[in-house]
Design a protein around this ligand. Structure first.
Ligand code: F0G
Length: 534
């Protein structure tokens, strides 16, 4: 048959209300045209974010029953760390059932050896008993909690060593919260993706197929290091997939090369691993040498290059909440930010500082503001994300939507689609007529809500704060809106409705208003809180 074979179905149903344009207009006015404040219950299709909006699987719902709500070292803590070791470090997603059932294991000797007191020397998760002496894995409620703790502690350490100095943190593309956290530590975020790769198109034509448009531009990275000096770059980030840069995938080659440069200068190499599984899927399908490897095997190699990572597991944890901050035992991150005595013994372990900060903000390391049941759902969700059929179905949905826009004649669609959404370049959509401070992309998003009850997210000039950036940073902004595909939620009917709506809006683009920021202009992450006006 010439159609995709269905790979999942759902038993839970939610009805969508009928809402008029006038009602949505009233709600937009009342919420000061702030998309994030628009009531979800009045929307027809909500594509604002793929974060935490996942429909969990039956396996996850049942895993929740096994969670326990102990204050210290609940079962889920061990199961989750083990799931992370399986998916990120052992390249083995076969043990899931055993691990989940093991939480009720009566063989205490076995549990002590394999889970409770295990050490994972050299890895990202030393887990169990070792977490007390050398903490290096911190559960978090979500990704930005991991970022804020990381950057707050790094800021303190650097300020104590060299007061008043400004640091630069390069990435292939920082997410807006990562940028916000870096700015709040007084440092400069830089996005060194390869602009030529992204825009290798004849104007108005189809984007050529390059499967790894999210890669770090290695030449730019080297130039930046030479220009600002190794000593002013406390860490180098790579975001997989590259959400800010149209959700594009990052090749293993790029990750390997970035790690090599970072390590040449003894700079810690960090991953923002929110969409680790989708990135592994793209590597499997499009990079030579990976076709026969499992998603978990590819993840194992990918994580082997980093010295630490932050991750929102509300994405590729297939869960509604969860995050993690972890660093490699005695890797470059640990070496750079710990203090040592003259004889080489550790004076202050950075892990302890992070742990104290975590306890004061999110509770202890074995729950990080999550309930025991949510931790179990997340553990099961990590294994779900290793499922090739699930990933394929998801990426095909993104592709269906992107191709649908393209075939409908909408200009500026980024092809190929990323793994979690579809992006439309607003400069092209508006035929280059609107300029950078019109915030027409936000106008597009609000008009899509007003006319059709579809919410998407602007990730361009407005949210990425084009007008507040330096000339170098301005050149790094990609002026896009994103149609996020929620995990395991949509049917083709949802996507066809969205395609028809965007086609209609494109044909009437002249009448889409520009937006003016009425308040909250200069505060970080303004799209979450600012008031707007057409
Ligand atoms: N890093 C990336 C790459 C992200 O996409 C996000 C969140 C975060 C970090 C922060 O994680 O939301 O759990 O605190 N992205 C969502 C989005 C909000 O819609 O793309 P969080």
């Amino acid at each position: 048959l010439n159609v995709p074979v269905p790979r999942s179905f759902s038993y839970v149903k939610r009805n969508i209300p009928e809402v008029t344009v006038e009602q949505r207009e009233r709600a937009l006015k009342a919420t000061h045209y702030n998309e994030f404040a628009f009531p979800a219950g009045m929307l027809t299709v909500d594509m604002l974010s793929d974060s935490g909006t996942t429909a969990m699987t039956d396996q996850q719902w049942s895993a929740m029953f096994l969670g326990d709500e102990a204050y210290g070292r609940n079962k889920g803590y061990y199961v989750l760390l083990d799931a992370m070791r399986d998916c990120f470090e052992r390249g083995d997603n076969q043990k899931k059932i055993i691990n989940l059932v093991r939480t009720d294991c009566q063989d205490i000797e076995k549990m002590m050896n394999e889970m409770y007191l295990c050490e994972y020397e050299g890895g990202l998760f030393n887990g169990g008993a070792a977490q007390l002496e050398r903490p290096n894995a911190f559960l978090m409620p979500q990704g930005r909690a991991a970022e804020s703790i990381l950057f707050e502690i790094v800021r303190k350490i650097l300020a104590a060593r060299e007061p008043g100095k400004v640091f630069t943190i390069p990435s292939n593309g920082h997410f807006d919260t990562t940028e916000g956290n870096i700015k709040q530590m007084g440092s400069v975020p830089r996005n060194l993706y390869n602009r030529e790769l992204l825009y290798e198109i004849p104007k108005g034509g189809r984007y050529d197929k390059n499967p790894f448009k999210g890669d770090m531009d290695i030449n730019k990275l080297q130039k930046l290091i030479d220009a600002v000096g190794v000593e002013n770059i406390p860490m180098i980030y790579t975001t997989v997939t590259n959400n800010t840069i149209c959700g594009q995938a990052v090749s293993m080659k790029s990750i390997r090369e970035t790690a090599k440069i970072a390590h040449k200068y003894e700079i810690p190499f960090m991953l923002d691993a929110a969409r680790w599984a989708e990135n592994c899927y793209f590597i499997k399908m499009n990079e030579e040498g990976y076709r026969n490897k499992s998603i978990a095997e590819i993840a194992k190699e990918m994580f082997s290059y980093c010295d630490g990572f932050t991750a929102s597991l509300k994405k590729d944890g297939h869960a509604n909440m969860g995050g993690i901050l972890a660093f490699r035992d005695k890797g470059y991150f640990w070496k750079k930010f710990s203090d040592f005595n003259e004889d080489g013994t550790v004076k202050t372990d950075v892990g302890i500082l992070l742990k104290v900060k975590q306890i004061s903000s999110y509770g202890n390391d074995s729950y990080g503001s999550m309930s025991g049941r949510d931790i179990m759902a997340l553990a099961a969700g990590l294994y779900e994300c290793c499922n090739f059929n699930y990933l394929q179905e998801r990426v095909e949905q993104c592709n269906y939507l992107a191709e649908g826009f393209y075939k409908a004649g909408v200009k500026g669609v980024v092809l190929p689609a990323g793994g979690h959404g579809v992006y439309i370049n607003m400069d092209e959509f508006f035929d280059g007529k609107r300029g950078h401070e019109s915030f027409a992309g936000e106008g597009f998003s609000l008009e899509l809500i007003r006319r059709y009850g579809i919410r998407v997210s602007e990730l361009g000039d407005y949210s990425m704060e084009y007008d507040l950036k330096t000339p170098e940073q301005k050149a790094e902004v990609v002026n896009v809106v994103r149609f996020a595909i929620n995990r395991s939620v949509y049917s083709q009917e949802h996507l066809d409705y969205v395609i028809a709506a965007v086609k209609a809006l494109y044909e009437d683009r002249e009448n889409i208003p520009n937006m003016r920021i009425v308040s909250g202009h200069n505060l970080p992450m303004r799209h979450f809180h600012a008031f707007l006006e057409p």
